[in-house]
Design a protein around this ligand. Sequence first.
Ligand code: FES
Length: 104
Amino acid sequence: MEKILLCRVDDVYAGEILRVETDGLPPVAVYNLDGAFFATDDTCSHSQAWLSQGFIDGDIIECPLHGGCFEIKTGQPVEPPCTEPIRSYDLVVEDGAIYALVEP
Ligand code: FES
């Protein structure tokens, strides 16, 4: 697995989402759910909207454009019009930094 630096833990406050643009990945949304970090694609699978501008409800992210929803931990769609999953990333936190684990 390759580790790709996304951000520092201090960059994402509890209950918030950070959009990260980094080499080697499409834009990523990093979520802080009460101190636990998760990451998904930032682009909604329904159309062109950024989930980092959406709304967290528990462990669900609601897209700001048409209100479709995904499970943050898995990327699975849970509310139409979203029917295609988004990618969710395995993360590792080391020395205050958050990395995505991806296949090289
Ligand atoms: S673009 Fe996200 S629900 Fe339509």
